[in-house]
Design a protein around this ligand. Structure first.
Ligand code: FES
Length: 93
């Protein structure tokens, strides 16, 4: 899927991360959630009981709708976690 970014603003240094086994491109300084959204991935987690898809909601670390496993650490709020080169993200858990 084509990255969904505003073309007329200055972006950070390109970095890549691994999401569910696939490499996606991000910009240094942006959050993991922003990188996922830009890559077209809306679902980040799921409801533990109903398994309904959950995703980016508040964007400021309050709702926990965007949690994922990052570099083996579960329940990381991706909206307030900056991408690091080569970080490994597992969504949907
Ligand atoms: S979107 Fe609400 S905590 Fe991340």
């Amino acid at each position: 899927m084509k990255a969904q970014r505003i073309s007329k603003i200055e972006h950070g240094t390109p970095v890549s991360l691994i999401v569910n086994g696939q490499e996606i491109q991000a910009q240094a300084g942006e959050s993991i959630a922003a990188a996922l959204l830009a890559a077209g991935q809306r679902q980040i987690s799921q409801n533990s009981k109903s398994r309904a898809p959950r995703g980016y909601f508040c964007g400021m670390g309050m709702c926990f709708e965007c949690v994922a496993t990052v570099d083996g650490v579960p329940n990381v709020r991706t909206c307030i976690t900056e991408v690091t080169p080569g970080c490994v993200v597992e969504t949907g858990s």
